[in-house]
Design a protein around this ligand. Sequence first.
Ligand SMILES: Cc1cc2nc3c(=O)[nH]c(=O)nc-3n(C[C@H](O)[C@H](O)[C@H](O)COP(=O)(O)O)c2cc1C
Length: 359
Amino acid sequence: MSTLFEPFSIGSIKLRNRFIRSATTTYWADEKGVLRPEAVELYRRLAEGEVGLIVKGHMYVSDGGKVHNGMAGISSEAHIPMLRRLTEAVHGAGGLIVAQLNHGGIQSLVDRAGPSEYVGEGWKARALSQKEIWSIIEAFGDAADRAMEAGFDGVQIHGAHGYLISQFLSRLVNRREDGWGGSLENRMRLLIEVYKEIRNRVGAAPVLLKLNCDDFSPEGFTVEDSARVAREICDRGLDALEISGGGIGRIAELMARARSNDPELSEASFAGHAARIREATRPTPMSIVNGIRSLRCMEAIIKKDLADLISMSRPFIREPDLVKRLREGRQGAATCTSCDLCRSREVFGKMLLRCHLDK
Ligand SMILES: Cc1cc2nc3c(=O)[nH]c(=O)nc-3n(C[C@H](O)[C@H](O)[C@H](O)COP(=O)(O)O)c2cc1C
């Protein structure tokens, strides 16, 4: 038996086990970005289900960075009271929760603006000015302050999945010719500045980063880039790294390149790439997400030292008490089939997040 169900520390906080609920929007905030009470209950159930660390679904740090209807905000004081209710509910059930901070950039609802002009399917995005970039960095810092005020145990920077920070990291999306584009050093500057700003605000509280191992576009952000960025930010004192993948320009067939040849790790979609990032970032605590479902695979990830922590999203939508079930030996794997009905167009933002398989 591995140490999956034993405590593990991330910076100043001690998780009761090595399970992380990866950020998952409940798409259930009102039009002003205030979380609705039903969403709080959903988080309470996760904490009661013994999840070691919950990453709250992404929240916009400034109103211009809102990505979709139902997305929660952390861009103003008005967001704090419900977020405090949320952290109190989680803490009351013995859990820990960090706030995921995000900005949509060219994927934003209101003002599509990112590193440089970009033409998408039926839309066009503009380039941010340097002044705007600095004000977004400050907005990340202000949001981190609010997260602390609301009682979160730390923050996670969303640096994955094709949102603003991931757009700056991508060669494909970031065509700037000033100090924010071109070389990888320049492309990672936004992330580094955001990290520095947040660290200044939160002091010793844990700062985490969700980072793509690859955005799976032909000329975007590669695993080599990812390992360099990860190392740079870990050297600056990041408390934990969560490895994910996928972004703008993604081509599904390219995802195979992130896999591992090790059959014991076949469920974990990014295990191959994660091993390379692990080499560059040890001993910073690392977790990986995507596809992990069986206890066998989770045990292998820990035993082989591919990562220290196991992150999952969809399995916890179906089974908020999954960790408890696994610990008690009631089942050997999550029953989530990755059908993705939980984020289909019919339900996304229209009803509270839940599993729609066989219901
Ligand atoms: C309904 C839904 C909402 C999600 N919301 C977020 C989010 O807010 N932030 C984020 O980083 N990832 C988000 N994700 C992605 C997950 O965190 C995770 O990376 C992905 O689902 C793969 O992990 P899994 O196979 O364990 O589900 C979301 C996924 C789903 C299904």
